[in-house]
Design a protein around this ligand. Structure first.
Ligand code: ZN
Length: 839
């Protein structure tokens, strides 16, 4: 279920190949003042790897041979770690360590400057703006090296590659950003840093460096043989910058592409200098504007590491994208080939767009799209997908959710069919990223529950409008109709987005000339089939996101109703785990795993209605678009009440967390030794032998309360009254009133004696939260709001009411000891708060 996704980035994940160790060069030798040697003399006895930049190995040192035309020319340089830190910091293949940058070798006398020129400015060369931008925006210099040899006949110069033994990618920053800064103190040890391998291809060079990060503090981490020394593989890729007449395409916020942001100094903009180019492949159709073959198709290669039984599924998923290119007249855009069995054929050749199968210790069926993009234009020069190996989420989902929910058997044929479908949906999604597409978290809002329960419908339209949605499993209760479990086809939004990014715009020779047509194409955002919303729009946790239509892992155009069905189904499954798990011959871990996976899905849905509370519908449509109204519209109060009702019953109630004791007494696990502690799913770090339902409940409840009572959420809800008439949408008083009724309600209702540990715990935590809001409200720290004064007042008001109700309840007779203690504790929390800040 977890798709690792990528923003624009670069990555070339490297197979671990045998290294030939090359000792570090002495920096003193590089910087020697002696005059450059003659090329013919220099290369005597040296090894030369021909390629984009020939690589010379001489006396154990690495040199680069640059042609005169390559001095000052644009290369693209990427830095990607080929090993990880075992759970800390950047993972192997992480494309986020450093951006793809334009790279120059600039000659200055007998030296060469290795430089990242500043490419942020988009200017017409030979205009005054070009001069001004050059003067205004600084470049970055990586190193200055002395020329080691020159070839008088063809002008070739040879420089040492020793600059790449330094920390070019700024890995030290990654160390200090690692969790809780546990790796602080690690320094690159140049004496133990060396070129492990070099490769030269026609369009790129690979310099693979083994770095040693050393520390004198040996107690920092425990997952290396000797914590004083950490070996990190770093792969530098130097790529010829494309020069193929590519015309960039300008992005539009209504259609989701990855973007390359530049500063436009070529025009005189009135609002912003930002110019955003989309990331896309340059297919270069034979006859733009009428059906013709791509002359530069995107050819994927299936790695030889992909098991045979998955190759057809991967291939068919990739080729499915061709369907979106046919309507815009680009034929055979995507092609798929099998990596040849040839040792000289190298996946790291930049011309090879690889689909790789990665073995990890904890396979997730996660996958990651990898893009290398020209930072000047957004043109993709290499893309690929890493698929986490088999045995992952799909098997678990089938065994513990699909099969029990649908009443199916666990036979291998069923399991395999599900697994192939799951793999297909993962590859469709990741290869969509490869085409430049961002996630679309509004993609689940166009279809009805009835649609999703129809196999005929989902076979044609999918379970969402886009493969770029994070769609959860589409599973409905046993004995009800059932569509496809996962997204198997492109949705209408996918066709729409491909048209925006790739269709020929008649008569447009520049990006700007294409804009009127592109804007017209993007103007149908109000049609639910074509809506787009991005990752940022789905960031609800601190109150940023506001539109409940934009969520990950929801389904149908009525997610509240869908969640209601899911909660009922999942609770039923959890409550009857003892009838199915453990299966014969399995340890009780089987039952525990089933419970944890089902409860994870349960809490995901139980928390989701919180995104509707205090929400507003946010439109990306622009003024004048068909059907466009005001971009902000209130979520009706009735809808918020409906969402609250589901929170009250599915999250805050006692019944939500009540399970058959015959289930709870079997959720244990087998003690085994494992290499690391991160191998399995856990919800809590306490190493208990059972599952603490009260802890599961508390975690989920606190997530929701933290979101709803975050200062930003409170301020937004408080401000709703400035935009909308009273009663149209909820108020801050509603939030406190509804919370109080759901959480403390039984104290006023007299049912407190029936409360169990889960409710008592919730009541205490909520009373403490209110007390904190009153006694020590969050101070505003621009631009972040503090706890609004209205919220402080309502917190105090709610506490005073709680004190009255709890005091009245305490006067009743026949109360058990625990209930009395609990009520007295609530009163004490209120008294303490009111004493600390009398108001
Ligand atoms: Zn993704």
């Amino acid at each position: 279920m977890r798709f690792l996704h990528s923003r624009i980035g670069i990555a070339t994940v490297c197979a671990l190949l045998p290294c030939f160790g090359t000792p570090a060069q002495s920096p003193a030798a590089d910087a020697g003042a002696s005059a450059p040697a003659a090329y013919a003399t220099f290369v005597t006895g040296a090894t030369i790897q021909p390629g984009l930049i020939p690589i010379i190995t001489k006396n154990g040192s690495i040199y680069l041979a640059l042609k005169p035309s390559q001095l000052g020319a644009d290369f693209i340089e990427t830095s990607v770690p080929s090993t990880g830190l075992g759970g800390f910091g950047p993972a192997a293949g992480s494309p986020y360590l450093a951006p793809a940058r334009i790279f120059h070798f600039d000659r200055v006398g007998d030296k060469v400057v290795l430089r990242w020129p500043n490419t942020f400015a988009q200017v017409n060369p030979s205009t005054p703006q070009a001069v001004a931008a050059r003067q205004s925006l600084p470049s970055s210099v990586i190193d200055v090296v002395a020329i080691a040899a020159t070839n008088a006949s063809d002008g070739t110069i040879v420089i040492p590659a020793s600059s790449f033994l330094g920390d070019i990618a700024d890995y030290s920053a990654a160390f200090s950003q690692a969790i809780d800064n546990p790796l602080h103190g690690y320094q690159l040890d140049k004496d133990r840093t060396f070129f492990a391998q070099t490769k030269a291809f026609p369009d790129n060079d690979i310099l693979r460096v083994s770095q040693t990060w050393a520390s004198s503090d040996p107690n920092l981490i425990d997952n290396v043989p000797d914590p004083r020394s950490i070996e990190i593989g770093m792969t530098y890729n130097i790529v010829a910058a494309p020069n193929d007449g590519y015309v960039p395409r300008i992005a539009d916020p209504r259609v989701g592409y990855f973007e390359q942001v530049l500063l436009d100094f070529a025009h005189d903009p009135t609002t912003t200098r930002n110019i955003n180019y989309i990331a896309r492949w340059n297919f270069a159709p034979e006859h733009p504007g009428r059906p013709s073959n791509a002359t530069h198709p995107l050819v994927f290669f299936l790695s030889n590491g992909i098991p045979l039984q998955y190759r057809d599924t991967v291939r068919e998923a990739l080729l499915t994208w061709n369907k979106a290119f046919v309507p815009i007249g680009i034929l055979n855009a995507i092609q798929v080939e099998q990596q040849p069995d040839d040792v000289n054929w190298d996946p790291e050749d930049i011309r090879h767009n690889m689909i790789r199968w990665i073995d990890t210790t904890d396979p997730q069926y996660g996958a990651e799209a990898l893009l290398t993009v020209d930072p000047r234009t957004g043109e993709e020069i290499n893309v690929g997908v890493n698929v986490d190996a088999v045995e992952g989420t799909s098997k678990r989902d089938y065994r513990y959710v699909v099969a029990p929910a649908r009443g199916l058997s666990d036979n291998a044929a069923n399991e395999n069919a599900f697994e192939q479908a799951y793999l297909r949906s993962v590859v469709l999604h990741e290869s969509g990223h490869d085409l430049g597409l961002q996630h679309n978290f509004m993609g689940s809002m166009a279809y009805t529950a009835k649609d999703l329960q129809s196999k005929a419908f989902t076979d044609t339209h999918g379970v969402a409008t886009s493969v770029m949605e994070y769609a959860p499993l589409n599973v409905w209760p046993k004995n009800t109709p059932q569509g496809d479990y996962v997204q198997l086809v492109l949705g209408p939004y996918d066709y729409h987005a491909i048209k925006y990014g790739y269709a020929y715009v008649p008569g447009a020779a520049t990006p700007e000339q294409a804009l009127p047509t592109l804007r017209r194409w993007a103007s149908n955002w109000n049609n639910p089939l074509y809506r787009f919303a991005s990752d940022e729009d789905a960031d609800f946790s601190q109150g940023h996101a506001i539109d409940p239509r934009v969520q990950m892992f929801d389904l149908t155009n009525d997610p509240i109703a869908w969640c209601g069905v899911q909660l009922h189904m999942l609770h039923g499954l959890m409550n009857s785990i003892d009838t199915r798990f453990p299966q014969s011959g399995q340890p009780y871990d089987d039952a525990r795993r089933a419970f944890l996976i089902q409860s994870y899905m349960y809490t995901t849905c139980a928390k989701m209605p919180a995104d509707t509370i205090g929400g507003e519908y946010l439109s990306r449509a622009q003024a004048g678009d068909p059907g466009a109204g005001a971009p902000l519209q209130p979520v009706p109060r009735s809808e918020e009440l409906r969402a609250w009702h589901l929170l009250a019953t599915g999250l805050f109630s006692d019944a939500a967390w009540h399970f058959n004791p015959n289930v709870l007494d079997r959720l244990t696990y087998s003690e085994v030794s494992s290499l690391t502690s991160s191998g399995t799913w856990t919800y809590h770090s306490t190493p208990r032998h059972d599952i603490s339902v009260s802890q599961l409940a508390a975690d989920a409840q606190e997530d929701v309360l933290s979101q709803l009572f975050a200062p930003l959420t409170l301020q937004r809800i408080d401000d709703l009254s400035t935009k909308y008439a009273s009663g149209r949408t909820m108020s801050l008083a509603d939030l406190f009133g509804w919370s109080s009724a759901s959480i403390f309600g039984d104290i006023t209702g007299g049912g407190v004696a029936h409360d169990g540990v889960i409710r008592r715990d919730l009541q205490v935590r909520f009373a403490q939260r209110l007390a904190k809001m009153w006694v020590s409200p969050v101070a505003a720290a621009s631009p972040n709001p503090g706890t609004p004064t209205d919220a402080q007042a309502l917190a105090r008001y709610t506490l005073v009411n709680l004190q009255t109700d709890a005091t009245r309840a305490l006067a009743r007779s026949g109360m058990d000891e625990m209930t009395r203690a609990h009520l007295e504790a609530l009163v004490a929390i209120v008294k303490q708060a009111l004493q600390a800040k009398p108001g």
